[in-house]
Design a protein around this ligand. Structure first.
Ligand code: KIV
Length: 257
């Protein structure tokens, strides 16, 4: 049974609900495996720019990239909510946000995610008023890496915590179905989770401080060994398995290396 946006919106661990399990997916076979494995949300994140397309950050990702990958993930998904990321500079005005969100829905997304808090209120309102479920994204915002001069942990000062809570309440009021919190210190993540009635989905915030967790699939399965974030817990070693398979193949065909 397809998980709906409304079902996600009502999942709060403080009510005794099970934590939301979300993972990124960028292609058909991975989506199908994760969907059949019982994952609630498949996020076609713009992290695909780094872990699939080989760019140094997410600022090179375009709508064309996203449409191609959202469509592939949607073809492999029966039950999970397919969440498509709006890439950088595709939601600078309410009209642009609605048009691009509609394109993601057209190719198979069930909801869209965009980065930013109160400063994105007009764009978020417009997308929700167009009937498209929105997941917010607060804390460390990868699309701002160039302005910020790196990936910085958030929620370290009282001022930051207050601004994060203010933005979270703004997103809740706008009607977002959930908020991704990225790289927020655990105490601040807990305070945000407690301040709102929609679920928070954490990455790099400590496991029990949010109503669910999202991880990048390549971190989880160890298929992108060149960079693993410090908070990631690899649970497989796919890169090592590929290396072994290659060596087995080379010796099978008798090639001397
Ligand atoms: O693009 C992405 O994969 C994300 C997650 C890190 C939350 O936004």
């Amino acid at each position: 049974m397809k998980i709906t946006a409304e079902q996600i919106k009502s999942r709060k661990t403080s009510k005794g609900d099970a934590p939301i399990a979300a993972l990124t997916a960028y292609d058909y076979p991975t989506a199908r495996l994760l969907d059949e494995g019982g994952i609630d949300i498949l996020l076609v994140g713009d992290s695909l720019g780094m872990v699939v397309l080989g760019y140094e950050d997410t600022t090179q990702v375009t709508m064309d990239h996203m449409l191609h990958h959202v469509a592939a993930v949607a073809r492999g998904t029966q039950n999970a909510l397919v969440l498509g990321d709006l890439p950088i500079n595709t939601y600078n005005t309410p009209e642009q946000a609605v048009a691009n969100a509609q394109s993601l829905i057209y190719v198979g997304a069930d909801a869209v995610k965009l980065e930013g808090g109160r400063e994105k209120e007009a764009e978020i309102n417009a997308v929700i008023n167009a009937g498209i479920p929105v997941v917010g994204h607060l804390g460390m915002l990868p699309q701002s890496v160039k302005e910020e001069g790196g990936y910085k942990k958030k929620g370290k000062t009282q001022e930051q915590v207050e601004a994060l809570i203010d933005s979270a309440k703004c997103l809740e009021k706008a009607g977002c179905i959930a908020i991704v919190l990225e790289s927020v210190v655990p105490e601040a993540a807990q305070a945000i989770t407690d301040a709102i009635t929609i679920p928070t989905i954490g990455i790099g915030c400590g496991r029990t401080t949010t109503d669910g967790e999202v991880a990048v699939i390549t971190d989880l399965v160890g298929s992108y060994p060149w960079f693993v974030p410090p908070f990631a817990t690899p649970r497989a070693s796919v890169a090592k398995d590929i290396e072994q398979a290659i060596q087995g193949y080379i010796s099978h065909i008798g090639k001397k290396v």
